[in-house]
Design a protein around this ligand. Sequence first.
Ligand SMILES: [Zn+2]
Length: 349
Amino acid sequence: MAGEMKAWYYSEHGGPEVRQLRDVEMPALKPDEVRVKVIACALNRLDLLQREAPVVAGFSLPHVCGMDFVGTVVEVGPEADAGLRDKIVVIDPVVSCGTCDRCLSGNEFYCRTMRTIGSSRWGGMAEYVAVPDRNCIEVADSTIPLEELAGVPVASVTAWHAVLGAAKVQPGETVVIPGANSGVGIAAIQIAKQQGCRVITTISGPERMQKAYDLGADLVIDRRAEDWVQKARDFSGGDGADFVWDHVGGAFLQQAIDACTIEARVVMSGTTDDGYSTIKDTSVYHYGRTLIGHGKYTRQEMRDTVAAYASGKLKLVVDSYWSFEDMHKAEERLQSNDFFGKVIVCMPN
Ligand SMILES: [Zn+2]
């Protein structure tokens, strides 16, 4: 396939106006790649941040954003898996080189020249995307609409790895998952509940508290009106939680540590603008608490996560669907901070 495709393309950083829907040349397919016709693509905060400035190593302009998407394989490169032809696939956006020392020693998710589809390679906010065949997670059978699956990959596998892979939560533990309105929060609350944990979550403003309870949370704290650390400690019998997920960063890290019981763990996945947090050393070592770097998820975790949604075990919460032409409105929705769940852009049939 050659020729042109429609894409939300941008060649300079700035406000929403820099991204324009236009015809661009279809990227060439490498021998081990397949071409995916996009069905739907979900937006993430990184898509907004990288419109304004580069964030991820290896980013370059011009760019087409979109790390989260589902589509149909319409073309298969000569060395790619021919069995993927015409299959519905969700894309794992992490592309490792396959040749560096880390890739060769089984640590491909710490690849030295890792690229991410939609953040340092062209992504799903386009009619077509070229991706390595090994990045395709085939969806053989889905109990949910295919468009919903676009909202699964990045947020849900991040939550899956934080709760199960990094923190290894156990039944009966009390855990704090902040941000019940975000994609990662919504996923992590459900995953921790299914592991048998008591889940405390936070949200700003009273309007959406019931929605957070509906996800299964045992305690929802309005972080604007209440001292969430104290409330979380009180709810845990005074000592604090066994696990707090810091996907916020900055000043939140010290609060997360203070909300913990002895020998509890904090998984760190948050980054703020300057990338720094200041913490009191004794609040960690006096109490035997552990700070865990989130690290990278594995492809098996991605397969397990997609399967959990396709089978209906986990439920994706969709804030809103938008047409491809209305991508700017979808961005505005995500920027508003008023959303609850994933913001998904659907391609015309
Ligand atoms: Zn590598």
